[in-house]
Write a protein that binds this ligand. Structure first.
Ligand code: SF4
Ligand code: MG
Length: 327
């Protein structure tokens, strides 16, 4: 049997005034019920665009899928009819965005926005919609939930507003929840609370979860697998313990190196040298070569394929086997 949600060899381009930006260049990943896949990468790596393509909201700037498939329960979202696709959105797959303030409508109360969702999608009366809205706010642990139905988005703190977003995403009982940098705008304590909430909900509802982040530190406790993206490709994918225990791609190694370490308090972080590539002019060979401390001649001309290592991981580096074989 196939996977619950499967992205298969996806290619996406943006046509810009300056030329064609190759934003997604053959991404494949999947998620099943009850598991969390973390998708990790710097901004511009294609992690958000992949999610937007799954949700069918790839509109600014104009993006085009040039190859690949996105299967939900075996059916390709990219070729199904509009009505069917609309049903999948919200009921099959829902998304939580980074910026809750702009994702919520500022002129309506939170209760009204959730109740409307139930009215439109479930044919509920407004009164029943409000009742369900209160239950949802309670589910995401917003104190005094029923009293807060009358509040507008700006009346919530950043963390509480992100909980409102999560409540809305859960409204239609999705089987897959995609969270795109759900905690980036929040302070560290609130970040941890939101991650705990997401993990708990994922467990209770046996959902599949895709957690998109640029912060390797955030996902260690909640992810089952991690896919690391660079320049629109997956450069390493592994079970979370394998990835932390023995990263097999120089980019992952560099990311782990740049994590703050408790035993090195006060020291400067090692940040990765150089900038993410310009997607209008992706470097030849391995796209990471201008920043890679291990790069050799072959890296400038030949693009490394994603190869499997030991069955539970894959890496796209010419020296992946060497990295895998080290002590
Ligand atoms: Fe570095 Fe070469 Fe591996 Fe790319 S293929 S990550 S440049 S060693
Ligand atoms: Mg993003």
């Amino acid at each position: 049997a196939g996977h619950l949600l499967e992205v298969d060899n996806l290619h996406v381009e943006f046509r810009t005034r300056d030329g064609i930006a190759k934003v997604i260049n053959g991404v494949s990943y999947h998620v099943d019920a009850g598991e969390t896949l973390a998708v990790l990468g710097e901004s511009g790596s294609g992690k958000s665009v992949t999610a937007q393509t799954i949700m069918g909201i790839l509109d600014t700037p104009p993006g085009f899928v040039t190859d690949g498939a996105i299967r939900f329960r075996g059916k390709d979202l990219l070729t199904m009819g509009k009505d069917e696709r609309r049903l999948v959105r919200g009921e099959g797959i829902a998304m939580v965005f980074q910026d809750a303030l702009s994702a919520l409508n500022p002129v309506f109360t939170v209760g009204f926005q959730i109740a409307e969702l139930f009215r439109k999608r479930r044919g509920m009366s407004r009164a029943d919609g409000y009742k369900r809205a209160a239950e949802l706010l309670d589910l995401v642990k917003i104190p005094a939930a029923s009293a807060r139905l009358r509040d507008y988005p700006h009346q919530f703190s950043g963390g509480m507003r992100q909980r409102v977003m999560i409540a809305m995403a859960l409204a239609l009982d999705p089987e897959v929840l995609i969270a795109d940098e759900p905690t980036t705008a929040l302070d560290v304590t609130v970040q941890a609370q939101i991650m705990d909430l997401l993990a708990e909900i994922r467990r209770d509802r046996n959902m599949g979860m895709i957690l998109i982040t640029h912060d390797l530190g955030v996902v260690a406790d909640v992810a089952d697998r991690i896919a690391v993206m660079y320049a629109g490709r997956i450069v390493e994918q592994a079970d979370v313990h394998a990835l932390y225990g023995k990263p097999c791609h120089p980019y992952t190694l560099a990311l782990l190196d740049s994590l703050p370490r408790l035993d090195l308090k006060g020291q400067e972080l090692n940040t990765i040298k150089g900038l993410p590539p310009n997607l209008l002019r992706i470097p030849s060979g391995c796209a990471f070569h201008p920043r890679c401390t291990m790069a050799r001649d072959i890296c400038l001309t030949q693009r490394p394929a994603l190869v499997e290592l030991g069955g539970v991981r894959s890496s796209a580096c010419h020296f992946a086997e060497e990295l895998y074989g080290r002590e």
